[in-house]
Design a protein around this ligand. Structure first.
Ligand code: AMP
Length: 284
């Protein structure tokens, strides 16, 4: 595996990989890797001849009072994990390489980014769309892999690729990978390591209560009182607050009151011990 931190070198190395005519997949990450990230890498390896993984803790997607400085950084461990998975190139640029002096452009995807995490974290999805668009142009992959764990992020990236007619990758080559979970159901996240043992144990209430909510709504329960019970269960279990617990149309992320013919998604963000956890599940 080649580790690269200069754009000029990245372009040369990706071009060299492409010499054999093989395809290239990109897996963007912010590092502090876990099995969720590695699952994306494995899917990328199955689908493409070559894999580029990126590690960049993108400052523009963090709000002023968020955890940018505290965000875990472990480049040596991450690099060893990616090498063991057969990644060809690790793209790990410094901030000055990505946002040089005078950088002035931002991509804003209206609609899908307005509600939920977009409302709770103003500017977050502009930062995400901009960095992902830059990564796409830096690497020019045939396909890219993202986790459904960040369901709204995946919708924002697909909308951007569609609206801007991106070709490398094309919107149809943006793959979503189902959420990888711990044994007790908690969605894997780099932020789980912030949790104390007590909060970590209580956090398992989130997927459990969500699963019960999904089943109740699928059985025909009215969504408003069912979502209110979910919020109450989280607060009862030790969560400090619930940013949102909502039922949405899975395609455009608008809130819905009841199930219709289109796929639906239960989306939750809640805070425990100063850590913000998000999760989502299909409702059919
Ligand atoms: P992050 O490093 O948190 O920005 O995540 C990088 C990529 O890994 C994103 O596409 C995430 O959606 C994905 N990801 C993070 N956690 C998981 C998980 N538990 N299961 C599947 N994908 C995940």
């Amino acid at each position: 595996m080649q580790t690269i931190d200069r754009l000029e070198m990245l372009r040369k190395s990706v071009a060299a990989l492409r010499k054999d005519g093989g395809s290239v997949a990109l897996v963007p990450t912010m590092g502090a890797l876990h099995e969720g990230h590695l699952t994306l890498v494995r899917k990328a390896r199955e689908a493409a001849d070559h894999v580029v993984a990126s590690i960049f803790v993108n400052p523009t997607q963090f709000g002023a009072n968020e955890d940018l400085d505290a965000y875990p950084r472990q480049m040596a461990e991450d690099s060893a994990m990616l090498e063991a998975e057969g990644v060809n190139i690790l793209w790990a640029p410094a901030e000055s390489e990505v946002y040089p002096q005078g950088f002035a452009t931002s991509i804003s995807v209206a609609g899908v980014s307005a509600d939920f995490c977009g409302a709770a974290r103003p500017g977050h999805f502009d930062g995400v769309a901009t960095i992902v668009c830059k990564l796409f142009h830096q690497v020019l992959p045939d396909m890219a892999f993202f986790g459904e764990k960040d369901f709204q992020q995946l919708a924002v990236i697909r909308a951007m690729a569609r609206d801007l007619d991106l070709t490398r990758p094309h919107v149809d080559a943006i793959h979503g990978v189902p959420t990888v979970r711990e044994a007790d159901g908690l969605a894997m996240s780099s932020r789980n390591r912030y949790l104390s043992p007590e909060h970590r144990a209580a956090a398992a209430t989130l997927p459990r209560a969500m699963q019960e909510t999904v089943e109740a709504i699928e059985r025909g329960a009215a969504s408003a009182p069912t979502l209110a019970s979910l919020e109450a269960a989280l607060l009862q279990a030790g969560f400090d607050s619930v940013d949102y617990a909502a039922l949405a149309d899975a395609r455009n992320l608008t809130r819905i009151e009841s199930l219709a013919d289109t796929p639906a998604r239960l989306l939750v963000a809640a805070r425990i011990g100063g850590t913000r956890l998000i999760d989502n599940m299909a409702v059919e």
